[in-house]
Design a protein around this ligand. Structure first.
Ligand code: NDP
Length: 278
């Protein structure tokens, strides 16, 4: 029988998850259905319950429902607890709703396996203090970096997020308009803001946080290089990546969670643009 999966979001039309998951299913000759479900904040909980009651096996959750999904779960993985957000839902053997978050591990897989980077003893600067940043901090900390600096437009949010991780790592929180020259350029600079979606740069053009040795990574992705990646190139960076690898890797981890099989991601990432036409 066809296994049924879905992704919930609003908006949801732009989601590439159905194509990505169908590629993974084809690797194992699995017959699956993967739907896009538009929901809203009021109906989200009922919509998810209905999905599982009608035989759904697992679903992904994207903006703006990751925190609502977190609140619905009776069981949470450590990644989900740290992120306080869930992007992967499933039922366990006793029927309890379980929540996992694969975003941070997906980013790590892209950085370390696909781009061959080691983060040990490195200085990581993360721009942004929203949900995506909360989801990636623990996996970054697990790589034993030397220093993590969190820079956000609203400095209070950077401080609050750094405090949440103070039991495991001393993250330095800084306001985007007040970056001291004491902060050395990043070895890895991650744009975790949503500024790229508006074609904006989240930091001053002449900011000292980047130099030609910095590897830059934008969690956002688009057909053309984002403003942040264009700027990274202008500032001399030789390695600059967007978030398409993270998107595919977080999907692979969700697929494995539901189907207990691993999948290959290389060809999907290489042919990412072609997904949009499928
Ligand atoms: P949130 O809305 O939770 O947070 C947005 C963050 O961006 C805040 O820190 C906000 O700052 C900052 N910001 C927004 N606009 C600007 C701007 N013009 N200049 C400076 N800072 C700005 O969003 P998320 O954390 O959920 O998502 C962030 C990005 O990550 C999105 O682009 C999303 O598409 C991407 N993403 C990619 C994934 C992937 O698989 N590749 C997975 C998840 C997310 P302030 O606090 O001051 O408002």
């Amino acid at each position: 029988m066809k296994k049924v999966f879905a992704v919930f979001g609003n908006p949801i039309q732009q989601s590439l998850s159905p194509q990505i998951h169908q590629h993974f299913a084809a690797q194992h000759k699995l017959d699956i259905a993967y739907e896009k479900i538009l929901s809203d904040e009021q109906d989200f909980s009922n919509d998810v319950s209905q999905f599982f009651e009608s035989g759904g096996i697992g679903c992904n959750v994207t903006a703006p429902f990751k925190e609502l999904a977190f609140a619905m779960c009776t069981e949470l993985t450590d990644h989900a607890k740290r992120a306080q957000a869930v992007n992967t839902l499933y039922k366990n053997d006793t029927g309890a709703l379980c929540g996992h978050n694969t975003d941070g591990a997906g980013l790590l897989q892209d950085l370390t396996a696909n781009h061959n980077l080691s983060l040990k003893n490195k200085h990581i600067i993360v721009l942004g203090a929203g949900g995506a940043t909360r989801g990636i901090l623990q996996p970054l900390i697990d790589q034993a970096p030397n220093r993590i600096t969190l820079i956000n437009r609203t400095v209070e949010k950077a401080h609050a997020l750094a405090d949440e991780f103070s039991d495991v790592f001393s993250i330095e929180a800084v306001g985007a308009d007040n970056i001291s020259t004491d902060i050395p350029p990043a070895d890895l600079l991650i744009n975790g803001t949503s500024a790229s979606l508006d074609g904006k740069l989240p930091i001053a053009n002449d900011s000292p946080i980047i130099n030609s040795n910095t590897v830059s990574y934008d969690l956002s992705y688009a057909s053309e290089p984002t403003r942040f990646l264009q700027w990274s190139k202008e500032r001399g960076c030789k390695q600059h990546y967007d978030g398409r690898g993270m998107l595919v890797e977080q999907a692979a981890l969700a697929f494995t969670t539901w189907n207990a099989v691993s999948v290959s991601t290389d060809s999907l990432i290489r042919n990412f643009e072609a997904l949009k036409t499928q």
